[in-house]
Structures are given as C-alpha cells and as structure tokens.
Ligand binder design. Structure first.
Ligand SMILES: C[S@@+](CC[C@H](N)C(=O)[O-])C[C@H]1O[C@@H](n2cnc3c(N)ncnc32)[C@H](O)[C@@H]1O
Length: 217
C-alpha cells in the first residue's frame, strides 16, 4: 500500500483552497487580489470620498476599500461580492465595525446591482468586466458621480483625474468620451501615415472640471 505523508495532504488542501480563493470568481469578472494600502488611500482621495457619499465597491473582496471609506472617511458603503467565503468575511467585518449602521453587504453579481444611489463607484476588476460595466455605469449613474478604477482604464472614456504611477483612474459622470480614433489622413513627411501630431492628448491629464457631488434628487 502507498502511504502518503500527512503534510502532503495539508499542502494539497492549502494549494486547493488558495487556488479556489483567488480564482473562483474569475468567471464572474475578476479573481481576488486586494488593492495595496497605498492604492486604497489614493483611490479614496482622488474619488473625494467623504461623509454624505454613497460608495459602492463592486467586487469588495475582503473589504479593504469599503471599510476605509466608511470607517475612516465617514461615507455610507455598499460592498458587493459574489464569492461566498469573502462575502461571509465581509459580514463578519461589518458585525465588528463601529460603523456597521452605514455598511451594507450584498452577495450578488455586481452586474445585477442597482447603482442609481451611488455617488462614488469603486472597482478593481479585470478588463473584460470593466468593458461590460461601462454601459451599466452610463445608464444608471447620476450626473456628478465619480467612478474610480484601479489598474484598468475604462476604454473610450477620458479620465478627469488620475495617478498614472499607481494606476488609479477617475472618471466623471456623464463620461468624457474619447473620440473614435485619430482622423485617417496621410501624415506629413517623416511621420507614419495616419499619425497626427498634437491630436492625441495624454488621457486624463489635468484636473476635473464639473465633477463634484451628484445633484440632489
Ligand atoms: C481584484 S478583487 C478586488 C477586491 C477589493 N475591491 C480591493 O480592491 O481590495 C475583485 C473582487 O471582485 C469579486 N468579483 C468578481 N466578479 C464579481 C461579480 N460579477 N460580482 C461581484 N463580485 C465579483 C471577486 O470575487 C473579488 O473578490
């Protein structure tokens, strides 16, 4: 009979659990990876989160962003998480939080959550999910809402503010749409055909104009 050392079972179980924990939600829109603390602070700062805000963290993970927004900055927060273990952990954190009255945890697919009340939407998702999310954000968010994405840009939208080195991108609602693409005409001698000097600005440079709190209902 083949004997298996006990520790190989522990290793097997550990690897299995870690793989599940990180990748199980992959098919929904993103696996698990917490935003680093520096990024969390920057996202909330550039999103101008404060008391009176209704923050939605789409894919709340273990709550790093959500709990800081509520406990430290005084916002109200909704964390949406599809994966059951992280959802239970979020409930546990909520229960222990002194700000629990201002925290709502939903176990839902983020694409089915009503976002019409949001004043700030936070997202750290994978590119496919950001592409899917774009139309929903445009449809449901009120003018003045800020959308803060970590790592991935929203294709076709111009940022109103960004921290390029930390890859934090802020968008306003209504979104500033990028032009479809540069005009197609032959470039001057020395430039590649189709290249138009000065036409493609660096996305997101400069400070927001007209982005503040959403209009009261
Ligand atoms: C990269 S993590 C980000 C966690 C957290 N927001 C942070 O920044 O620390 C993405 C999270 O989104 C969750 N997620 C992925 N797709 C989702 C969906 N369709 N609905 C709800 N949650 C989803 C994953 O389970 C994962 O916990």
């Amino acid at each position: 009979m083949i004997t298996v050392p006990w520790y190989s079972l522990v290793i097997f179980a550990g690897v299995g659990f870690t793989t599940y924990f990180i990748f199980a939600s992959f098919l929904y829109g993103a696996g698990y990876q917490p935003a680093p603390p520096r990024v969390v602070r920057r996202m909330l700062q550039l999103g101008r989160v404060g008391p009176g805000d209704e923050v939605f963290d789409l894919g709340a993970g273990t709550g790093g962003l959500l709990f800081q927004a509520v406990e430290v900055l005084g916002a109200r927060g909704t964390g949406v998480e599809v994966e059951p273990i992280r959802y239970l952990y979020l409930l546990y954190r909520r229960r222990r939080s002194p700000a629990r009255e201002r925290i709502r945890i939903l176990r839902k697919d983020l694409f089915t959550v009503d976002l019409t009340n949001a004043t700030v939407v936070l997202a750290f998702l994978w590119p496919g999910a950001m592409r899917r999310l774009k139309e929903k954000l445009k449809r449901e968010l009120r003018p003045g809402t800020r959308v803060v994405s970590y790592y991935h840009r929203i294709a076709g939208w111009k940022t109103v503010e960004e921290d390029a080195s930390l890859r934090v991108f802020v968008y306003g609602i209504p979104p500033l749409e990028e032009p479809e693409g540069p005009p197609r005409r032959p470039g001057p001698i020395g430039l590649a055909p189709g290249a138009v000097p000065g036409v493609n600005p660096v996305p997101g440079e400069g400070i927001a104009v007209g982005v503040g709190k959403p209009a009261p209902r």
